[in-house]
Write a protein that binds this ligand. Sequence first.
Ligand code: GUN
Length: 299
Amino acid sequence: MAQVIDGKKLAKEIQESVTKEVSELVKKGKQPGLAVVLVGDNQASRTYVRNKQKRTEEAGMKSVLIELPEEVSEAELLQQVEDLNQDDSIHGILVQLPLPKHISEDKVIDAISQEKDVDGFHPLNVGNLFIGKETLVPCTPAGIIELIKSTGESIEGKRAVVIGRSNIVGKPVAQLLLQENATVTIAHSRTKDLPAVASEADILVVATGRAKFVKKNFVKPGAIVIDVGMDRDENNKLCGDVDYEDVFEQAGFITPVPGGVGPMTITMLLKNTLTAAKKIICQTRLDGSDDFARKVLNS
Ligand code: GUN
C-alpha cells in the first residue's frame, strides 16, 4: 500500500522558509517583487494568477499584476516586458500562458530578462539547465524533485521514467532527475509498449494530460509515482493522469490530485523569485562598498 506524499504540507513548509528570508530582506529595505502579466480574459488563467498574487503577498513580497486586453499588440506587450526588465523593484516576471494567437509566445519569453525569468522558460535558462549550470528552473519540475526527495528515498542510481515530453514539465524534469544521477527515460504517446517501459521505473513521473491514463500495470511494485495531471473524470470530478485507486496498492509512494504536485508549483515560483531577487540585489549593489550586498552574498 502506498504512502501518500503530502504536497500541501511540503509546500507550506517551503513557503514558510521563503517568507522568513523575505522578511530578512524587507528589514534591510529590499523587498523582492514579482510581476505577473495577464493578457485577455481566459478564466483559468485568471484563477491561476489570482492564486499566485495571493501567495506572493502572503510571503511578504511585492506583487504587481499587469492586465492587458486580448487585443493588445505584440509590440505593446514586448514594451511592457521591457519596462519590467528595467524596473528595479521587480525581480521576477511571469507572463501567463497561453497568449492570444496573434502574439508569439517565443518572442515574449525571449524578451524577459534572463535573470528575472522565474518561470525558467527563457532559452538561456533552458540551456543552462541542460548543461547542468545553476539557473532558474521551471517551477513544476523543481517542485516534483522536492516531492521525490521528501520521501527520504535517494534518487541516485534509480530508474526514472517520465511520461510526457513538454517543455514545461517532461523535458525539464527529466534533466533534473539526470542531474540527481537517476537513469532517465522520456516516454511519450509514440512509445511502444508504454506499460512495459513505465513498469521498469523506480520513479515514475506522469504528465500526459489524459485522465486516469496510468493503471496498475504501468507501475513497478514499490515505485514512487508522481502525478502531474489536473483532469476531470467521467463524473466531472477532479483527478490526475494516474488512476489513483487502481495504482494505490502497487505503488510505494504516490502524490494525490489535488494536494500533490499542484500546491508545489506556486511555492517554487516564490522560491525562484527570492533567488532572483538575492542575485539581482547583489549584482546591482556590489560595485560600491555595500555591507548589505556582502551579507546577502554570504548568507
Ligand atoms: N500557464 C499555465 N501554467 C503556467 C506556468 O507555469 N507559467 C506560465 N507563465 N503560464 C502558465
